[in-house]
Structure formats: C-alpha cells, structure tokens
Design a binder for this molecule. Structure first.
Ligand SMILES: [Zn+2]
Length: 74
C-alpha cells in the first residue's frame, strides 16, 4: 500500500462509534495518544466524565445506557 492510498483511506473510511452507534469519518477516532479508538470524541469525553464522577461502574453504565438508546430503535 502506498502512502497516498493510506491517506486516501484515512480520509474516507467510516467507522461506527460503539457507544452512540453513529458513523463518523475515521479521523474522529484518532485523538489523544491512540490511533484507533472505538468511541467518537464526544462519547469518549462523556464516558471519561462519568468515570471521574463514579468510577468504572459509572462508566460501564453510561456505555450501556447510550447503547440501549440506539439499539432499541434498530
Ligand atoms: Zn459516539
């Protein structure tokens, strides 16, 4: 794969957030010190604030509640 193709794919690749279920361009999942996250920026931020408020269990509940919102509509 050429550098040009890597760039092209990074620009066009769409990925679903595993919390909100919305599809975003792959760049939306490249932030912080990691390149390929499962959550979009907004969900990562919201999950982190749930975590700082209530720890691991609160973060887990936040993810499950968000997923339940969109998975029940499918
Ligand atoms: Zn999301």
């Amino acid at each position: 794969m050429t550098l040009h193709m890597d760039f092209y794919m990074a620009k066009t690749f769409q990925k679903a957030c595993s919390i909100c279920g919305r599809t975003y361009p792959a760049q939306e999942f490249s932030y912080g010190n990691k390149d390929n996250r499962s959550y979009c920026r907004a969900c990562d931020k919201a999950e982190k604030s749930a975590y700082s408020a209530g720890g691991t269990e609160a973060a887990r509940q936040f993810r499950e509640q968000q997923r339940a919102k969109w998975q029940s509509k499918v």
